[in-house]
Design a protein around this ligand. Structure first.
Ligand SMILES: NC(=O)c1ccc[n+]([C@@H]2O[C@H](COP(=O)([O-])OP(=O)(O)OC[C@H]3O[C@@H](n4cnc5c(N)ncnc54)[C@H](O)[C@@H]3O)[C@@H](O)[C@H]2O)c1
Length: 462
């Protein structure tokens, strides 16, 4: 009671694009009266019977939805069994003093006296803990839990507990990150750690040769878990190995860059590069959990931080929230939650997940034309500015350019234009772009006259 389940439930349902089912609303509809009056006229037992039957029915329906379940509903053993069988259950864990403040003075039948309320909470809290698969305080927390992402400063130290199950683990780690954080990761994994595999730092790890070396040296069976510690390159290659080794084993990314924590470590896209292009071989393989420790970012270079900031600004534009202004931990949490929700809605990238490519068509073209000398973050920053200009959001484009310190780059114009037209997302030779109707409202697959796109690209080049 007073934990905010109706508000948070509605927000989670909106973000996941699933219907919200409220047992309280169903009970009121079935009884033809309010819950207060139902309690007063027919007693708590009648209410609980109705609540149980509606909860069981909603859970049996097997339809992907967000179920907003009253605080007393889990006192029913049948409801608890049905939750264990067919739901991912999140305990909205709000301090009792806070929830009392919210419900005091309301008409709720079980919230009339503070002492009784506190006592009821104390009696129920053990049941909540037993039933819950995760706990959270807000909608971001619920979405992250549902996606299996755990954001907590210092979580590297608790890695053995954060990796689901108690089976053996093999660690794949970027060689630079290994020097900085590898020993702590190994110590934290303790007895679960059965093997360590150091891969080249950054993009050089995303090759078939590294994949083959990992396939040959892994020893875990299908009950084992691959843990990947490093930036997006390491988590991409290790995730791909996990997707394919023994036809798929569990894996846990532990992203160590800002790009990794707000983007690459979330959503289950994994893969490697080919000579002729980046990310051309891959799979969808959702991690068993993503362990995100913002403390790992302390050792990141300014250049890598800037790469991440471009993705944070992209996320802020898509979410219509100035996420770049938040403190680092909250920034990571909010960005990760935003991406997690989109990926849960579209896990196989068949529709709206494409919005995450905002600015990326231009970025990829500039990177390719620079022979991959241009930093990805700088390319994304430039791409965002172009996408905003083409969206008709000129003022926002210039604000973004100032925020990300965007300046035109020196690359070959023809090479960039050719690369842009070769973009994977081109349909029948016509380039489709992700634009914004306004912040928070992406438009996917927008065809534009080539001359307009070319002019926007040219404006990015010195
Ligand atoms: N799968 C996805 O959904 C997805 C999304 C975005 C990007 N990506 C991929 O991610 C890759 C880019 O990832 P990235 O930007 O994290 O770069 P990265 O993995 O290439 O790492 C960049 C550099 O940072 C170093 N580094 C990593 N963590 C560090 C730390 N804590 N302290 C100091 N140095 C550290 C690495 O050694 C490397 O030199 C690309 O290959 C891209 O294709 C994948």
């Amino acid at each position: 009671m007073g934990a905010g389940k109706s508000t948070i439930g509605a927000e989670v349902a909106r973000r996941l694009g699933r219907p919200l089912v409220s047992t309280d609303a169903l009970v009121e509809e079935a009884a033809g009266t309010s819950i207060e009056r139902l309690f007063a006229e027919r007693g708590e037992e009648a209410f609980r019977a109705l609540e149980e039957s509606h909860a069981l029915e909603a859970l049996a329906r097997g339809r992907l939805s967000v179920l907003d379940l009253g605080g007393g509903a889990v006192l029913s053993a049948r409801t608890r069994a049905a939750l264990a069988e067919s739901a991912f259950t999140v305990f909205l864990d709000v301090p009792v003093a806070e929830s009392w403040k919210r419900v005091a003075g309301s008409n709720r039948p079980l919230a009339r006296e503070r002492e009784a309320f506190v006592e009821l909470h104390a009696r129920r809290v053990n049941v909540y803990e037993e039933v819950a698969d995760a706990r959270a305080q807000d909608a971001d927390g619920v979405v992250l839990a549902a996606a299996g992402a755990h954001v907590e400063e210092g979580s590297l130290e608790r890695l053995a507990a954060c990796v689901p199950g108690d089976g053996p683990v093999e660690l794949v780690v970027d060689e630079t990150v290994d020097r900085l954080h590898g020993a702590r990761a190994s110590t934290a994994l303790g007895e679960r750690l059965r093997g360590r595999h150091v891969v080249p730092a950054g993009e050089r790890a995303k090759t078939a040769a590294v994949v083959e070396r990992l396939w040959s040296s892994l020893r875990v069976d299908r009950g084992g878990t691959l843990v990947a510690l490093g930036g997006g390159a390491t988590t991409d290659v290790a995730g791909f190995v996990a997707a394919t080794y023994l036809r798929g084993i569990a894996w846990v990314p532990v992203p160590s860059t800002l790009v990794g924590q707000v983007d690459a470590g979330i959503g289950g896209k994994v893969g490697i590069d080919l000579e002729r292009g980046k990310n051309l071989v891959g799979a969808f393989h959702w991690p068993a959990r993503a362990v995100i420790d913002p403390g790992l970012l302390a050792t990141l270079s300014e250049a890598e931080r800037a790469n991440g900031l471009a993705e944070v600004v992209k996320t802020g534009l898509l979410a219509d929230a100035p996420l770049w202004e938040l403190d680092p931990v909250e920034q990571v949490r909010r960005c990760a939650a935003f991406k997690a929700a989109i990926c849960l809605r579209d896990p196989h990238d068949r529709g709206e997940r494409a919005q995450l490519n905002l600015g990326h068509t231009f970025a990829h073209a500039l990177e390719a034309a620079s022979g991959y000398e241009l930093a990805h973050g700088r390319a994304v920053a430039l791409g965002l500015v172009a996408a905003l200009r083409l969206s008709g959001l000129g003022e926002l484009a210039e604000e973004t350019a100032r925020l990300l310190d965007v300046r035109p780059v020196r690359v070959d114009r023809e090479a960039a234009w050719e690369a842009l037209q070769r973009d994977k997302k081109a349909v029948g030779g016509e380039v489709r772009l992700v634009l914004l109707a306004r912040p928070g409202e992406p438009r996917i697959g927008v065809p534009l006259p080539p001359a307009e796109v070319r002019a926007a690209l040219d404006a990015l080049i010195d």
